[in-house]
Design a protein around this ligand. Structure first.
Ligand code: BMA
Length: 371
């Protein structure tokens, strides 16, 4: 009897060992991007979502570039689960991005966020390659057409610009030299009128070409650490959500950007916009078998003290999002009213701690331990 028992133990040990080997092998054959996609899918399957904050560890309401600091951590005790970074001005070889963040600092903070278990996402407010203005320069309505027409100056310039972002993203590494996967969300809010790539200034086909040329450059360089996110601004219909969608082979995450404007008087419209916009995105994401996210949101200055628990959390609760990301907390010497997460002493702080304690919200520590 004892003999059979030992045999059974040996058999179990051997088969567990094999399984472990098999799964390690499977993990190593996945690209960094596939690993992050799986992680995001696991998060969705758990019924929880990651809380994100743009530029979180670069600066906050009362400070700039002090390693280790974060308004979110100083209020809630942990770093956000996701931090968004912006590559605007990288195209001009500037040392700092459009909001002043040095790209070397950014790369280091992406590493820190990754090593604490968190996720990074990246957006790109790039200049207008035809006028020389910024992303918001919509004075030339043919910019997109020129950019996507092979052989034009604008097309050459943009191909180079995309190459610079691909090199940066492809070079993001942790302390062990492993490539760090990121969510990348180029050409965002294209259903709005404020960026030169917005829908009034291009045909759907031209807009899709922007994506195609971007993917071509990244693929040719062999960049394999990008989970691609598509994120229109709020839209009234499924048709409009999909009208400029570049295709299932280009996109991993279907997102949407929806902000609240106004204080108490803006709550109802925000609820409606999330219900319709995120509802549409959720349906389309399901149909296309993609991950859903609320890629940008927020209420500037947080004039509604319980916004996080009474407005945001209930509005997004019905939808299977992987993450929700609020915009940045600008340093008060630059833009005093421009913040979306509370800082210590802000009247919303207590409420934010409640939001942090909500079992559905995931911060960096939760991700490190469980996902
Ligand atoms: C906007 C504002 C701007 C900023 C831009 C890119 O929403 O925050 O101040 O330059 O995003 O980050």
């Amino acid at each position: 009897m004892k003999f059979y028992y030992y045999l059974l133990v040996i058999f179990l040990l051997v088969s567990c060992g094999n399984k472990k080997e098999a799964s390690t092998e499977a993990e190593t054959t996945l690209t960094p991007a596939q690993q992050l996609s799986m992680r995001l899918q696991n998060i969705v399957d758990s019924g929880k979502y990651v809380y994100g904050h743009a530029d979180d560890t670069a600066y906050g309401h009362t400070w700039e570039y002090q390693p280790g600091r974060s308004d979110v951590k100083e209020v809630a005790g942990d770093y956000p689960g996701l931090i968004n970074w912006d590559l605007g001005m990288m195209e001009l070889d500037s040392a700092n991005n459009l909001d002043g963040v040095p790209f070397t600092y950014m790369a280091n903070e992406i590493k820190n966020q990754h090593e604490r278990g968190g996720i990074n996402s990246i957006s790109w407010h790039m200049r207008n390659p035809v006028t020389g203005g910024n992303s918001w320069d919509v004075s030339d309505t043919l910019t997109v057409k020129q950019v996507v027409t092979p052989g034009t100056e604008a097309n050459k310039k943009m191909t180079e610009w995309i190459g610079k972002t691909a090199d940066f993203i492809g070079s993001l590494k942790d302390s062990q030299g492993n490539i760090i996967p990121v969510v990348y969300r180029p050409w965002h809010e294209h259903t709005g009128h404020w960026f030169w790539w917005g829908s009034p200034y291009s045909t759907p086909e031209e807009y899709k070409q922007l994506w195609k040329m971007t993917r071509k450059v990244f693929d040719e360089k062999g960049v394999n650490n990008v989970v691609w996110a598509y994120s229109p601004d709020k839209i009234p219909s499924e048709e409009l959500y999909i009208e400029r969608y570049p295709g299932d082979e280009m996109v991993d995450i279907m997102g949407i950007d929806i902000y609240q404007f106004g204080a108490e008087d803006g709550i109802e419209a925000f609820r409606e916009n999330v219900k319709s916009g995120l509802g549409i995105a959720a349906k389309v994401a399901k149909d296309h078998n993609k991950i859903l996210a609320l890629t940008e949101t927020g209420l500037e200055s947080l004039p509604v003290n319980d916004w996080y628990t009474e407005v945001l959390a209930p509005a997004i609760a019905p939808y299977p999002i992987a993450f929700v990301c609020v915009w940045r907390n600008a340093w008060k010497e630059r833009k005093p009213e421009h913040f979306y997460a509370p800082y210590p002493g802000h009247p919303s702080s207590e409420n934010f701690i409640e939001f942090y304690k909500n079992p559905k919200t995931l911060f960096a520590g939760d991700l490190k331990n469980n996902y």
